[in-house]
Design a protein around this ligand. Structure first.
Ligand code: UDP
Length: 390
């Protein structure tokens, strides 16, 4: 018999929150992690210049759920941080999400006043309007503005990011960054916006510090486990494992890609160092055609740190790729691609995996969902409470 009560595959948010909860309850937990570190894609580290780099791209913590802040506060202290983004439109960097200031910076005064007035009349101040909704406006001024924003902010960025047109993707993708009838230029308006004082990795280390938790890094789950679809049994190191198995990886991989591959998007970061400061916002978006800028955004990490004073700087130039585990660039899955075809294929895998009564799929990859960090913490806590009732 194995020594463990629970096996968790993946040490990102989903896996780590579950591990922490089970361990707190006295259960012995084994985490199998393919990467050489914990924290999933939220992993960060200090570079040679004392700048905290998010290895897998910028992770900004924001939430309206007090319970998520309370939960994570057991493992970290925070510093206040509100993310701001600028986007390159007509050779100017203006606030993104597109807002009233963006209008002022792009149009002459009379035109800007007219546009702002129409927007406020139509939607009211402090209202968020998804671009696809704005495009449906019957007001000519607003409709023209919507087409301008669609073209200048969303069309090419989305093509670069997803390799699909906006029409082919679920509306939930662009709904994340609605046009904001406001002068509030923050990227998020959540009640709680902060960053872990010593970084995300340290927070994960504390989450997984219990002696009830064993983490095996550099371990491909399918090298030590076997999913026997015929007999509906899961094996660990040759023996049947009857405890709960929490799987946070790719569903198609677990099923041997039986119904074809699910599509995931990947990223690759060109990391560069300079003297001084590189740009005027922590993140600058390039919603321009691929032929002009082949990347989507540039993030300057020192500007999101508590102490921004540093003579040097490190940036990430972000290039989207189609996920392919064998590729040199783009071999880490980041985002699920929300087309109807992918969603239908995913459902087939879920059906296939239902034969394992002790298997739970959780997280951005396994559930084929666009979870933010707070949402997956909450989902994992909920899942744990649900399972406890069994
Ligand atoms: N988006 C865009 N232009 C922008 C910012 C966002 O077209 O300047 C669209 C794009 O499709 C992107 C989605 O909105 O994938 C969600 O943006 P978000 O910043 O939330 O993406 P994430 O940070 O999750 O990559």
């Amino acid at each position: 018999m194995s020594n463990y009560d629970v096996i968790i595959i993946g040490a990102g948010y989903a896996g780590s929150v579950m591990a922490e909860q089970y361990a707190r309850d006295g259960k012995r937990v084994l985490i199998l992690e393919k990467k050489s570190h914990i924290g999933g894609n939220a992993y960060d580290y200090m570079d040679m210049n004392h700048i905290r780099i998010h290895e897998y791209g910028p992770h900004l913590f924001h939430t309206n759920f007090k319970e998520v802040v309370d939960y994570l506060s057991q493992f970290t202290e925070w510093y206040p941080y509100e993310h701001r983004v600028k986007g390159l439109i007509n050779d100017k960097f203006v606030p993104i999400p597109f807002n009233l200031t963006s209008i002022e910076e792009l149009f002459d005064e009379d035109k800007a006043n007219e546009l702002k007035e129409e927007l406020v009349k139509e939607y009211g101040m402090e209202k968020k309007v998804p671009i696809l909704e704005l495009r449906k406006s019957t007001n000519k001024e607003v409709k023209d503005l919507a087409e301008f924003i669609f073209e200048k902010v969303f069309k090419y960025y989305t093509m670069k990011q997803w390799d699909y047109t906006i029409e082919e993707l679920s509306t939930t993708v662009t709904d994340r960054v609605p046009v904001f009838v406001s002068y509030d230029d923050r990227y998020f308006q959540d009640t709680y916006q902060c960053m872990p004082k010593e970084g995300f990795t340290r927070m994960f280390e504390k989450m997984l510090a219990s002696s009830n938790i064993e983490v095996r890094l550099n371990t491909e789950a399918l090298n030590v486990m076997k999913f026997d679809f015929k007999n509906h049994k899961i094996f660990f190191e040759g023996e049947e494992f009857k405890g709960k198995v929490i799987y946070t990886g790719l569903a198609d991989y677990l099923c041997g890609y039986k119904y074809g591959k699910l599509e995931y998007r990947s990223l690759w970061f060109d990391q560069k160092e300079y003297e001084g400061t590189y740009q005027t916002a922590v993140t600058c978006n390039y919603p321009t055609p691929k032929e002009i800028h082949p990347f989507t955004r540039i993030t300057e990490y020192k500007l999101m740190m508590e102490d921004k004073e540093n003579p040097r700087t490190t940036i990430h130039v972000e290039y989207p790729y189609r996920y392919d585990e064998n590729a040199e660039k783009g071999n880490i899955p980041y985002y699920t691609v929300f087309t109807e075809e992918n969603k239908a294929r995913y459902e087939k895998y879920v059906e296939e995996l239902k034969v394992f009564s002790n298997l739970i799929l959780l997280g951005r990859l396994a559930e084929f969902k666009y979870y933010n960090m707070d949402a997956i913490v909450l989902a994992a806590l909920d899942k744990y409470n649900e399972l406890k009732k069994d």
